[in-house]
Structures are given as structure tokens and as C-alpha cells.
Design a protein around this ligand. Structure first.
Ligand SMILES: [Zn+2]
Length: 60
């Protein structure tokens, strides 16, 4: 079985990588996650969300 495709429910649990960590909403039509706080859009490729930020400065 494929191990690379997270179920949609997992996409719903993802949070924005920005410091506010706001919930993301998954849009099936655009196949992308949108942050409810900063409106950043993260593409989902082959079921894998691309959570990259420009100039990544993650302090975690
Ligand atoms: Zn955000």
C-alpha cells in the first residue's frame, strides 16, 4: 500500500509554519492548504503538503 498519501483528515490537522500556527483549511478544488490567519497557500503534491516558507527561520 502507498505510504506517502496522508488522509485528508491529517491535512485538516496541519498548522501554519508561521509563529501564529493557525489552522489550515484544505481546498480540494485547488489541492492546496490555506492559512486562516495569514492566508498563505501551501500546495499539496501527491498528497504531501509543501510547507516551505520563504527565508525559513523556524526556531523550533
Ligand atoms: Zn499562517
Amino acid at each position: 500500500m502507498p505510504a506517502t498519501a496522508p488522509k485528508p483528515v491529517l491535512l485538516e490537522l496541519l498548522r501554519c509554519p508561521e509563529p501564529h500556527h493557525a489552522p489550515l483549511s484544505f481546498d480540494r478544488e485547488t489541492n492546496a492548504l490555506t492559512c486562516s490567519e495569514c492566508a498563505k497557500v501551501f500546495r499539496v503534491e501527491d498528497g504531501i503538503p509543501v510547507m516551505l516558507l520563504d527565508g525559513a527561520g523556524d526556531q523550533d
